[in-house]
Design a protein around this ligand. Structure first.
Ligand code: WTA
Length: 649
């Protein structure tokens, strides 16, 4: 991947300066880069956030921990909802919600949102939720998901939203780690015309998470689900009769807002800690400048899932804080047909679309004729996030979706960074397909060599951040050692992002993918060890090694090499069984695309699995150095087996 990206960078000569009309009206003008660090973040926090009590100090940096907006008091749901209603914008649409079944639509104004959030917050209070009560949320893309998140923030109850595609084990692991007392879920979710049994999975998860004493269940599909007496409550029952008003809890800037679990280089996902004031200021400021949000005229659509950080920052908290009108779509892009997204854009007059390269590549594969069926002329800005975007997909996106007219902002950031950090500003930056271009104003991104020297233009190395930023993670929940080790041990007091990067002669950044054992499948982070552990958990598996190969749609695809116990031979049935086992343990997104059965894995003499060689096999490359292997013949055997598997496909 990285070699190819470097080639791309050298060959990519297309340039797209901002269209003059766009530049003239843009929120961010060129002088934004001249703004002073302290002035920038003080002003942004005051302009975009309403404080119950003003902060007295901008930030405090005691590496590796930062605090922002010290002394400030605020409430996130008040900022995202109430103050817009108080300013007379209660009738403005917050969400155009579109369910997957056709003609299933709802329009939720800011006044509606205020009422629903207050009622649900009161219901949660009635169920014992207080400031500090940890709450898990396991839902699909229904309006009640942001309502549940906002209701938690109203009470000061930290939440963790678990993506609806995760398994019972993944859900229970997170609920146990955070010590959640309450789980909010739904009966079932709609997906590509069929239903996903969320409550059933939640039941399995709760069996392993005895700390969860209360479960609230939204009726979405009407499917039959068992309810456990005393523990389970229907959403519609608990909000019935609940008051429309619920005072927002004043929270300290540094109070815990939510945890978002993400894969690292071990089997156990880490609970990335985000707090209140800095996070909100960071996502609101970036959303305003990067997406050039015009609150009164734009219709903004971030097509991610709220269960990931992108959805938290750029569907829920950033856009609502800015008073935006957004679209939320429940289902898949190809249901009932492959033009569903474009139909939605036409219906609501979407002006800004933010999605991931993997989705763009799917649309590319399906062909431009689906987009051509619809009037997409309302679009004025496109965004991309989640993985490096190949220039071909970037140009297709701009041409076929953006009418060869709109800027495309390729935004680099992470669960840990909370907010976008490297990105073009659409009215300022000359775009290069495949490059995330420049650090956002005040962001001190750099590329370091192995030994910690800063690499100048033309050089490649590791992406680092040299100065704190407001939405940065405040740690890994309950694991200070892992926090220090993962992000702060490679270079002293400098944040190590885990991505490779190069800076070109113009100072533009080119992201080269992960440098650790983290794979990026359809923009989702999955660790090799996590999948290996899931495989080895199967009773017939002796050993497993996992790596990724390039894939034209998902970016990377998972390849597993598996040794069965007792030297048993693999079979097509066994392969399916193992894939399903991984889906059960982690979730369908972690299913290996292929599994190669092998009597032995390539190991060094000290017993370390040589993943580099497995990756070479998976990508049909000439094998690198095999001399350090304990048994060099093993890799030849694997190669033969991998080749014969391929010819059977
Ligand atoms: C990758 C998603 C290149 C990167 C917001 C990062 C990107 C990881 C880009 C974080 C981009 C995200 N160009 N790579 N524009 N955006 N990545 O935590 O490897 O799910 O470290 O956050 O995705 O993924 P996460």
């Amino acid at each position: 991947m990285s070699e190819q990206t470097i080639d791309t960078m050298l060959l990519e000569e297309r340039r797209y300066p901002p269209p003059p009309e766009f530049a003239a009206q843009a929120n961010a003008q060129p002088d934004i880069y001249d703004r002073d660090f302290d002035e920038f973040w003080e002003t942004e926090a005051r302009e975009r956030v309403t404080w119950f009590e003003p902060f007295t100090k901008l930030y405090e940096w005691e590496p590796p921990y930062a605090k922002w907006y010290l002394g400030g008091k605020l409430n996130v749901s008040y900022n995202c909802v109430d103050r817009h209603v108080e300013a007379g914008r209660g009738d403005k649409v917050a969400f155009h919600w579109e369910g997957e079944p056709e003609d299933d639509r709802r329009e939720i104004t800011y006044a509606d949102l205020q009422r629903e959030v207050a009622r649900f917050a009161n219901a949660l209070k009635e169920l014992g939720v207080r400031k500090g009560t940890p709450v898990a949320i396991y839902m699909g893309m229904v309006p009640e998901l942001p309502v549940a998140m906002l209701a938690c923030t109203r009470l000061g109850a930290p939440h963790t939203v678990v993506f609806g595609g995760f398994s019972a084990d993944s859900l229970s692991g997170r609920m146990v780690d955070m010590q959640c007392e309450v789980l909010i879920t739904q009966d079932e979710a709609w997906r590509r015309g069929s239903t996903v049994p969320l409550k059933q999975t939640a039941d399995d998860a709760m069996a392993d998470a005895p700390n969860v004493k209360t479960c609230v269940v939204l009726r979405r599909t009407g499917g039959d689900v068992p309810m456990q007496d005393g523990r389970d409550h229907w959403w519609h029952d608990v909000v019935e009769g609940a008051a429309d008003e619920c005072p927002p809890e004043p929270m300290d800037s540094e109070d815990l807002l939510f945890l978002m679990y993400t894969s690292g280089t071990t089997a156990k996902p880490k609970g990335v800690v985000h707090t209140t004031g800095g996070y909100l200021a960071g996502v609101a400021a970036t959303h305003y400048h990067i997406f050039d949000l015009k609150r009164d005229t734009d219709v903004y659509w971030c097509a991610a899932d709220i269960g990931w950080i992108t959805g938290h920052s750029y569907i829920v908290y950033g856009p609502l804080c800015n008073g935006a009108t957004s679209v939320i779509y429940e289902g898949t892009p190809d249901y009932p047909d492959k033009d569903r997204w474009w139909e939605i854009i036409e219906r609501y007059g979407v002006t800004i679309l933010y999605t991931a390269p993997t989705a763009i590549r799917s649309h590319m594969k399906w062909g431009p004729e689906y987009a051509e069926r619809h009037d997409l002329s309302s679009l004025r800005l496109l965004g991309s996030v989640g993985e490096p975007i190949n220039p071909e997909a970037w140009v297709w996106y701009r041409d076929h979706i953006g009418g060869d007219r709109t800027p495309v902002v390729d935004t680099w950031w992470q669960t840990e960074t909370g907010m976008i950090l490297i990105t073009p500003l659409p009215g300022v930056t000359t775009l290069k397909p495949g490059s995330a271009t420049k650090p956002f104003p005040t962001v001190a991104a750099a590329v370091f060599s192995e030994s910690g020297e800063e690499v100048g233009p033309g050089g490649g190395g590791y992406l680092v951040l040299k100065r704190p930023w407001p939405a940065m993670l405040r740690g890994i929940f309950g694991d200070d050692a892992r926090y220090r080790e993962t992000y702060w041990s490679k270079y002293p007091d400098v944040y190590f992002a885990g991505d490779g990067a190069r800076i070109d002669e113009d100072g533009d950044f080119w992201l080269l993918g992960r440098v650790d054992d983290v794979m990026n499948v359809s923009g989702h982070r999955i660790s090799t060890i996590e999948v290996e552990s899931a495989l080895v958990d199967h009773k017939e598996v002796a050993e497993a090694a996992v790596c990724s190969r390039k894939d034209s749609t998902t970016g990377e695809a998972i390849v597993a090499y598996v040794t069965l116990k007792g030297g048993a031979e693999g079979s097509v049935e066994k392969l399916e069984e193992l894939r399903n086992h991984v889906a059960r343990k982690i979730g369908p997104i972690a299913k290996p695309a292929n599994i190669v059965f092998t009597p032995e894995l390539p190991k060094t003499r000290s017993g370390k699995i040589m993943r580099r060689l497995l990756r070479d096999v998976a990508e049909h490359r000439t094998l690198g150095d095999t001399t350090t292997l304990a048994d060099p013949t093993v890799v030849e055997e694997i190669k033969t087996r991998a080749e014969s598997d391929r010819s059977e496909d």
